[in-house]
Design a protein around this ligand. Structure first.
Ligand code: ZN
Length: 265
């Protein structure tokens, strides 16, 4: 059972997923974007289960290749591959579709901001171009999501800041006519939400998901799939202590219009 609450200035609405996130199309897709493979389940492991049980199609995009996440000398050479296998196991455990990997170099994502002509043998290239805005715009147009979830940009981790910023500008691009080789522009603007991974939100979240210990234990089992990560046990213990709850913050993706300010002068 999944109980959602949404806090607005006037009230707190409560109910099932369909009340707080009503369908926006006959077959909604929610797109989850994360800098690193484990961010998705840490921040949204309960929400992903709720969405799946509600029949929402979920697409996941992992931006980095995980190549800096080694904890032993032995892992140094092949940690990217190890983490991909662990991620597949975690997603299978939750019954989720395999994520798409963009494979940009871990811990250096800020160096790959924007869009630029791809060099030879660039494994991140799509339609002859590379860069986070190229990849994210392409996948947003391919996924056509009604809602997008991304870790908060206030996180201390520079990769999290970069992916948040590049997601927002890519969402802007994906609605326009620019770069037609990356697909048809989105028919409408998805709602955007932040999840929290390592740091607090910039301001209080407005959505709360509470569920039962069964869903929590499933989330924790999925997180344990990242056995290569030496700190995983303490992370699992911390999440268990907090209980079967996740918070999300609706991100104000507002484009400027002078009308927004007419009344205040
Ligand atoms: Zn991360």
């Amino acid at each position: 059972m999944y109980n959602f609450s949404r806090k607005t200035a006037e009230e707190i609405q409560q109910g099932a997923l369909s009340k707080i996130f009503p369908l926006r199309t006959p077959h909604d897709t929610w797109l989850f974007i994360a800098p690193h493979d484990d961010d998705l389940i840490i921040g949204c492991g309960l929400l992903l289960q709720a969405a799946k049980d509600a029949g929402i199609n979920t697409d996941s995009v992992i931006v980095s290749d995980g190549s800096m996440g080694y904890c032993t000398k032995e892992q140094k050479k092949n940690i990217g591959k190890i983490r991909k296998n662990e991620t597949c196991a975690a997603f299978q455990l939750l019954g989720l579709k395999e994520p798409v990997w963009l494979d940009y170099p871990d811990t250096r994502l800020s160096l790959y901001s924007g869009r630029y002509p791809a060099k030879k043998k660039d494994s991140c290239a799509v339609m002859g171009f590379s860069g986070l805005q190229n990849s994210l715009t392409y996948f947003m147009r391919k996924s056509c999501p009604s809602r997008i979830f991304v870790p908060a940009g206030t996180d201390l981790h520079p990769d999290h800041k970069t992916v948040h910023a590049e997601t927002m500008i890519s969402l802007f691009h994906s609605q326009g006519q620019i770069w037609p080789e990356l697909g048809e522009p989105l028919a409408f603007c998805p709602e955007v939400y932040e999840s929290a991974v390592y740091c607090d939100f910039a301001s209080s979240p407005d959505i709360k998901l509470e569920t039962d210990s069964r869903a929590l234990e499933k989330k924790l089992s999925a997180i344990k799939a990242w056995a290569s990560q030496a700190q995983i046990e303490s992370l699992v213990n911390n999440i268990r202590k907090s209980g079967a709850v996740e918070y999300f913050r609706t991100f104000p993706f507002n484009l400027y219009a002078p009308d927004h300010y007419r009344k205040i002068f």
